[in-house]
Every structure is written in C-alpha cells, then in structure tokens.
Design a protein around this ligand. Sequence first.
Ligand code: GLP
Length: 241
Amino acid sequence: MKLIRTEDYTEMSLEAGKIIVEKIRSNPAITLGMATGSTPKGTYDYLIHDHKSNGTSYREVKTVNLDEYIGLPAEDSNSYHYFMRENLFQHLEISEDLTHIPNGTAPDLKLECQRYEQLIKDLGGVDLQILGIGQNGHIGFNEPGTPFSSRTHIVTLAQDTREANSRFFNSINEVPTHAITMGIATILESKEILLLISGENKAEALLKFMNGEISEDFPASALKNHHQVTVIADRAACKFI
Ligand code: GLP
C-alpha cells in the first residue's frame, strides 16, 4: 500500500485527479469505479478542468458507481445519479450509455444487484476504483459487519451513516434507510484502488485503517488484502499517523 500525504483537500484532489488522468491517457477505454460524497468532489472538478483545458477524452471511458440510495429516483437531487450528472458526467461529454449506477428504484432489487454484478463482469472488471471512507470505516455503503465475501447487495444504513449524510437532506427523516452497494468482494476485484481521505473527522478512521487489524468490523480494513491500493490523505486526516 502506498500513502501519499498532502497538505490539504485541494492538493489531495489534485494528486488524485492527476493519477486518474494519467490512467485514462494510457488506457482510453478504462473502466473507472466512481464514488460520491464530499471527498471526491474536488477530484471531479480537476477532471472537468483537465477535460476542458487539455482535452482528455471520455468518449470510450466507462464508469460504474459504487452505490445508490434505495427509493430515490435519478431526478432526486439527493440521488447519486443526480450527484454524478451534476458534478461530473454532464461536463465531460461522456455518453450516458457508458455510465452505470445501481438503480435504487428497480422493481426487483435483488435482480438489480445481480444485474449490476454481471454488468461489471461484462465490462471486464473495474480498472481503477475511487473510494472515500465513512467515519465508521464504511466503503461504498458496506457498513461494519458486512462479510468480506459480499457482492452487490442491499444494505440497511447504519444510524451514524444516516446522520452523517443528513447534511444534504432537509431532515434525517428524509435520508433513505436502505441502499444498494457493490460488495466488499466486488470492490476488491478492482485492479487498482485509490482511497481518498480528507479532514479531521476522518483522522480516527485513517488511524484505524493504518494500524488496526483486518476485521469485518471495519470494512475498509479489507483493502489491506489488496495489492494495488494508493491512499491519498491530507494533513488533517493524518493527524494521528
Ligand atoms: C457515503 C458514501 C461513501 C462515501 C462516504 C463518505 O455514505 N456512500 O461512498 O465514501 O459516505 O462521504 P464523504 O466523502 O461525504 O465524507
């Protein structure tokens, strides 16, 4: 595992953005695994800036997102479909057919999980997976206790995750109780992983990740079983390491 320490969020985003652009340039038909949340937003801004000023092409790039809330249609401003469209896709001239996000309003959610797993397989797997981390160590929406053998599945969101994410909603009651997420095994099959960690509120999670044991109680610890992980963390997140 490689750890890149950066001064702040801006530098973390820049470093991550540069790595992603380099990968796209060496493999223009790359399959990228995308994350949502505040953490990757700056990285996405970098990709947009680079696309506009350097012309990096997304014509053949394919994307698969980690997760989506159950019950929120794509038009809902809190859905991850909306997040990705607003914060990235609409600025990149990327064809909608090549961007994939689990459908949280599918009539048969179990079938949707199977479809998503198959889709990732059909794409030949994820080449580079971008990840954030929850304060409780969740990756995607894999909450503590999720088996490392899990594939794309339906989760009940932990109360602290709903509280953390309620900042985007009018009230916590509006935060969905369930989500679809790639499983830990799905994530670990990515050829390469880029884990982004920013801010003091993630410092304990980073400490646990670096020094703690590998345990299903702390989902991100599964990444230690992967041989191509780069962690980019800013100074605030590195407070305890
Ligand atoms: C959400 C997402 C995760 C994300 C995490 C941290 O629940 N499902 O993919 O990594 O929370 O979010 P943030 O980057 O906003 O702190």
